[in-house]
Design a protein around this ligand. Structure first.
Ligand SMILES: NC(=O)c1ccc[n+]([C@@H]2O[C@H](COP(=O)([O-])OP(=O)(O)OC[C@H]3O[C@@H](n4cnc5c(N)ncnc54)[C@H](O)[C@@H]3O)[C@@H](O)[C@H]2O)c1
Length: 249
């Protein structure tokens, strides 16, 4: 039977998660809450967000992250209420499929706004108080998709590859202030959305031939890595990408 860690450095600390209402983000919210952290999360899904807040005691802030003004307001309100966040988890994204010939300049920009831009501006919003404390962890969620050269979503994979560049650039700028920035790269994680939209018996069989570990991954497998990256246990770890994919890539 598996046994998992408790991190004293996360207890009573404020943490913020984007896209926390469902999927991997919801599991990250639950895992931080179980560590005794004070969790705030933003999402545009009102219903799922309110239900998760009621279940975990986390604070839900309804917000569309494509609206940077709204994101800034939500993060400022959380900080005023809960104090400076120890950790920011930039998790929100949408892996909508799109054919090359259908992509307009507007759609391209929308994909960047959904999958990349908010990660920078959420970091920008929490950096000033992290700097004052000389302490903080920013965890950007990337994707294995571009490393595997997956097709059918060129704007998404472009944004997700940039998440790793953003991570390394921020880590260099923020290291002198004691702020660590890392990227977590999920493989194929069985969220409700993935199971509903993309999982087929053939796809699962193929995945099992490709992963070293012959089990499907679920959101808690990612959430536990996020906890470690936020905790003091990873205190000298920054500017890195961590792949959680059962050995697929
Ligand atoms: N599930 C996988 O297999 C997988 C693989 C690689 C990478 N990822 C990455 O993991 C992260 C989480 O993915 P997931 O599978 O849990 O997705 P999900 O769709 O299950 O959950 C994403 C959450 O983000 C929210 N969200 C989306 N756009 C938003 C916006 N504009 N404003 C506010 N909230 C918004 C959604 O409402 C949802 O609650 C993403 O960054 C994704 O790219 C997932």
């Amino acid at each position: 039977m598996n046994q998992f860690a408790t991190y004293p450095s996360l207890k009573n600390e404020a943490v913020v998660v984007t896209g926390g209402a469902s999927g991997i983000g919801a599991s990250i919210v639950e895992h931080f809450a179980a560590q005794g952290a004070r969790v705030g999360f933003v999402d545009l899904d009102d219903k799922a967000g309110s239900e998760l807040a009621a279940k975990t005691g986390a604070r839900f802030m309804a917000c569309d992250l494509r609206d940077i003004g709204a994101l800034r307001k939500a993060l400022a309100a959380f900080e005023k209420d809960q104090g400076p966040p120890l950790a920011l988890v930039n998790n929100a994204a949408r892996d909508d499929r799109h054919a090359i010939e259908d992509v307009t300049p507007e759609y391209w920009d929308e994909r960047m706004a959904t999958n990349l831009r908010h990660q920078f501006f959420a970091a920008q919003a929490v950096i000033p108080t992290m700097r004052k404390r000389k302490r903080g962890a920013i965890i950007n969620v990337g994707s294995i998709s571009w490393r595997l050269a997956l097709g059918g979503m060129p704007a998404y994979v472009t944004a997700k590859s940039a998440v790793e560049g953003l991570t390394r650039g921020l880590a260099r700028d923020l290291g002198p202030d004691g702020i660590r920035v890392n990227c977590l790269v999920p493989g194929w994680i069985m969220t409700e959305r993935q199971i509903k939209l993309w999982l087929t018996p053939e796809g699962e069989a193929e995945l099992m031939t490709k992963q070293c570990l012959k089990e499907k991954l679920y959101p808690p497998d990612v959430a536990r890595m996020v906890l470690w990256l936020a905790a003091d246990d990873s205190r000298m770890v920054t500017a890195q990408s961590f792949i959680v994919d059962g050995g697929w890539a």
